[in-house]
Design a protein. Structure first.
Ligand SMILES: Nc1ncnc2c1ncn2[C@@H]1O[C@H](COP(=O)(O)OP(=O)(O)OP(=O)(O)O)[C@@H](O)[C@H]1O
Ligand SMILES: [Mg+2]
Length: 301
């Protein structure tokens, strides 16, 4: 079983909520950027819920050509089209369990209409078939773009969104819950110690500081990959700054530096506005002329 790691308030809230909804048959919509743990969350819900003895089937809606997706979902009967065979769709295969539709916003709009009907009626019909089969499937769907934006862009049907978001979870980005980094590091270090048969003891405080300063655009997957890369090379001891890739060690700017950069920009703009006339620029910035003169020198403008 894969663990759903995190002790931050945001993750605690999500775990509590997941617990509460784990036994419900109603749909769930998850929104989270890439690598934030959508699939991990779905597995967690399957593991703790009353459908755990039944299948969890995952389908990435962007991974297959759109005309194929329909037959994957609903199945086919022999002769429905050339080469069509009698074949169950994943709705039927997931019967009693959970069907996870990842990157729902990549599903063609017409197919979203058919999906909505299946959710409303609880029956599927294989392509080319006349008879309907009753299915009991809990659908969990996810998007890696905010659902409202998907709807605006015409990538997600609003009625389907309402149907699916009976329960809704937004997974935070890693940079919004940096307090979980240390636990995630320990978890991945343990996992790769076992997998690679290594003996890494942990991560040094200095290395951790770099992790805290970094933004993690690839979220938890990126953190995991960084640790995996390090542990391919390193055998023992603590992970220290010299083990980290350069892009993570980029100099981090403090408040003072950020403020003076901003100040410099505002002064340059004011000077440009008055063709370099210091008195007028000072007047505009509401500071004495001498103060501006001093700042121009100090900031090297
Ligand atoms: N809370 C977590 N605890 C432990 N590992 C996690 C957690 N969240 C994510 N991971 C790890 O990060 C990686 C990415 O997670 P996952 O595949 O669930 O992300 P995702 O949101 O589905 O990403 P994508 O949108 O790219 O499909 C996985 O390898 C998983 O091991
Ligand atoms: Mg995923």
């Amino acid at each position: 079983m894969e663990y759903f790691i995190g002790k931050s308030n945001k993750i605690k809230e999500i775990k509590d909520y997941a617990q509460k909804i784990s036994n419900s048959p109603s749909p769930l919509l998850i929104y989270g950027e890439t690598g934030t743990g959508k699939e991990v969350l779905v597995k967690y819900i399957h593991d703790i819920g009353n459908r755990r003895a039944k299948p969890l089937i995952s389908q990435n809606c962007a991974a297959v050509p759109s005309n194929l997706l329909e037959s994957i979902l609903f199945g086919t009967v022999r002769g429905a089209f050339t080469e069509a065979l009698d074949k169950k769709g994943i709705f039927e295969m997931a019967n009693g369990g959970i069907l996870y539709l990842d990157e729902l916003n990549s599903m063609p709009i017409e197919l979203q209409g058919k999906l909505l009907r299946v959710l409303e009626d609880g029956v599927v019909r294989r392509i080319g078939d006349l008879k309907e089969v009753k299915v009991d499937v809990r659908v969990i769907a996810s998007t890696n773009v905010e659902p409202e934006i998907c709807i605006e862009k015409g990538l997600l049907r609003r009625d389907l969104f309402y149907r699916l978001s009976v329960f809704y979870i937004q997974l935070p980005e890693l940079k919004e819950r940096k307090e979980d980094i240390i636990e995630l590091c320990d978890y991945f270090i343990n996992a790769f110690n076992r997998k690679f048969n290594k003996n890494i003891l942990g991560i040094s405080q200095e290395a951790l500081e770099f992790f805290y300063n970094y933004d993690w655009p690839g979220n938890i997957r990126e953190l995991r990959n960084v640790i995996e890369a390090i542990m391919n090379i390193k055998d023992e001891g603590f992970i220290t700054p010299k083990d980290l890739p350069h892009y993570i060690k980029r100099e981090h700017k403090g408040l003072e530096e950020l403020v003076s950069e901003y100040e410099k920009r505002l002064i340059k703009e004011a000077l440009a506005l008055y063709n370099g006339n210091v008195s007028k620029a000072a007047n505009f910035l509401k500071i004495p002329r001498q103060t501006l003169q001093y700042k121009i020198k100090k900031l090297g403008i």
